[in-house]
Design a protein around this ligand. Structure first.
Ligand code: 13P
Ligand code: SF4
Length: 332
């Protein structure tokens, strides 16, 4: 991708402001390419949470969505956490609120609650363990087998974890992300027919994740060609294989990093319409404005943060992606 002169100028201004403010810019793998390119660190939810916990910067500019900035604010209460646009929400986090979780817990006294990081701080405060797609299986495996588990809010990730752990005493909330749920078995099949030699990289939130595993059981898909991975796991995979073509079933923002890091390999989106409007609201102009005006500051009430912190700290200490992706670009 060629960066326009306007974007290059904005990126240079942002880097100057970041230095002046002693700010670190974190960007999720689904952000716009030009926003990824100005960040200090680009990564998945788990990697960015770990970075937010250990940074020595005074300010964290979170180019991601609201729950990610809240998580950073809980982990680093003494830092200023900024979200460039408050409209950066998450349809999956919206599927479960704290009252609903409390009611669910009341139906299963003694159950251990595992919540995906895509939840509000209030839901995390009712949670025993947070997880991301990068470590959900390890977290559930760490819970004694005789304890009931309540897993939410993503039903496709929940089904994946249940399959991988073989756990029968795990209840799954019926939430979904509209972007990943929309990546259907039909769109994946169409791409597989068009690119028969390609490896499949599938995010466990996808609506097609169950059907590809059924495809393996039925002998229609070779299991060595399928990898169910978090976004950071997808970034690592091309370097681990001789395969030259990949069908990528997740939000399309990840294609920028995959293509940039692997110019000799080809990446096809499983569904090119799989774009998250919440991730895309963050533009370079908004990142610059955020640093200039020090807005929009994300804070979490101390009583909620204190209850949520333990669940998040358990998440960042267990498994998943070992290292962060260093920033691209800007020649710093
Ligand atoms: P990961 O980057 O943790 O795989 O999460 C995907 C996602 O949908 C974040 O909103
Ligand atoms: Fe939420 Fe889905 Fe967007 Fe991720 S891709 S932020 S889960 S709506």
């Amino acid at each position: 991708m060629i960066t326009s002169p306007e974007d290059l100028a904005l990126q240079a201004e942002i880097r100057t402001l970041a230095r002046e403010r002693n700010a670190v810019i974190l960007a999720h793998n689904y952000e716009r390419p030009e926003v990824q390119d100005v960040a200090d660190v680009v990564g998945d939810s788990l990697g960015l949470s770990r970075e937010a916990a250990r940074t020595t910067a005074d300010v964290i500019v979170f180019c991601g969505v609201h729950f990610m900035a809240e998580t950073a604010a809980i982990l680093s209460p003494d830092k200023t956490v900024l979200l460039p646009d408050l409209a950066a929400g998450c349809s999956l986090a919206d599927t479960m609120n704290a009252d609903q979780l409390r009611a669910w817990k009341a139906e299963h006294p003694g159950a251990v609650v595992v919540s995906y990081v895509n939840t509000t701080a209030a839901v995390k405060a009712e949670t025993d363990y947070c997880c991301t797609s990068g470590n959900a299986v390890e977290i559930v495996n760490s819970i004694p087998a005789d304890r009931e588990v309540l897993f939410g809010p993503d039903m496709f990730l929940g089904a994946h974890v249940r399959r991988m752990t073989g756990r029968t005493n795990m209840h799954v909330w019926m939430g979904e992300c509209h972007v990943h749920a929309g990546i259907s078995p039909e769109s994946l099949d169409k791409m597989r027919l068009a690119h028969p030699g390609a490896e499949l990289l599938v995010h466990p939130e996808c609506g097609c994740s169950t059907s590809v595993l059924e495809g393996i059981s039925a002998g229609a898909i070779n299991d060595k060609d399928l990898h169910i991975l978090s976004t950071e796991g997808m970034i690592r995979r091309p370097a681990e294989t001789d395969a030259k073509e990949f069908i990528v079933a997740t939000e399309v923002g990840i294609l920028h990093r995959l293509r940039k890091a692997n110019p000799d390999k080809t990446f096809f989106p499983a569904d090119e319409r799989a774009s998250c409007q919440y991730m895309k609201v963050t533009t370079l102009a908004k990142v610059k404005r955020s640093l200039e005006l020090m807005e929009h500051r994300i804070t979490v009430p101390a009583d909620v943060a204190d209850r949520a912190r333990l669940a998040i700290e358990r998440m960042i200490s267990i498994g998943g992606t070992p290292a962060m992706a260093p920033a691209f670009a800007m020649g710093e």
